[in-house]
Design a protein around this ligand. Structure first.
Ligand code: ZN
Length: 232
């Protein structure tokens, strides 16, 4: 492992804004601690509107810029887009290969992504199919695909080496075992989310709701993850 892999994290999100909701606070802590963080957004977000006059292609372009701005507000320099069709993500070898390629190229110590385990989250909402597919493919990419030289050997022929991710944090989980106090950065998390202006009809109302949902019983704000280290 080279030195930089110690302090490199990759956020793998299905849609523009998922990573911001899921882990913006923790990401800002990592950036403040000197980590390099990148976002990989798997779909184009082209279905994220109730405005029937909105052209999906135009929306995809808007959402890409919104994600770039949100990342700037988090101190994240690098954002990559795979541009799969929103709502139609398919788990196939090509998609898995894209994630494996990203892991072998960016070489993160830590990956943050969707928990794909359950369809129903906290008995209050449905885990979007794109979220489940992204989380599943990300975990499969971490183990075994990115580590095994016999998986996607064409990457090695291109000069990309196998890579072992050390730590995984899953958001949107029914099984949190890791709590991060984000009280110090909650206003910046709100500001990052506010960059996704196409997603709010009543921004103030929505921000009140999310702020409430991040507040713990002690009045402090937190992000909850299912976290584990890969020992083998
Ligand atoms: Zn989403």
């Amino acid at each position: 492992m080279s030195a930089h892999e110690d302090r490199r994290a990759l956020v793998i999100a299905a849609h523009p804004d998922d990573g911001d909701f899921g882990c913006a606070g923790y990401v800002m802590h990592l950036v403040a601690a000197g980590w390099k963080v990148a976002f990989l957004v798997c779909t184009n977000g082209a279905k994220g509107t109730s405005d029937r006059s909105m052209d999906p292609k135009r929306l995809a372009a808007i959402r890409r810029e919104e994600q770039r701005e949100a990342c700037r507000r988090m101190g994240v320099e690098d954002v990559f887009f795979l541009d799969h069709e929103d709502g139609e993500l398919v788990y196939d070898r090509a998609f898995l290969g894209e994630l494996v390629r990203m892991l072998r190229w960016y070489r993160p110590h830590t990956v943050l992504t969707h928990d794909p385990t359950d369809i129903i989250i906290r008995d209050s909402f449905i885990n979007h199919a794109d979220h489940r597919i992204t989380g599943t493919a990300a975990l499969d990419a971490i183990y075994p695909a990115a580590r095994d030289h016999l998986n996607f050997p064409e990457h090695l022929a291109e000069g990309l080496e196998t890579h072992k991710v050390q730590e995984v944090l899953l958001w949107g989980t029914n099984h949190p075992n890791f709590e991060v106090d984000i009280t110090d950065v909650v206003e910046r998390k709100i500001a990052a989310l506010a960059a996704h202006a196409s997603q709010f009809t009543d921004k103030d109302d929505f921000m009140r709701y999310v702020r409430e949902s991040w507040r713990g019983p002690d009045g402090r704000y937190r992000e909850l993850f299912r976290r584990f280290e890969l020992r083998f």
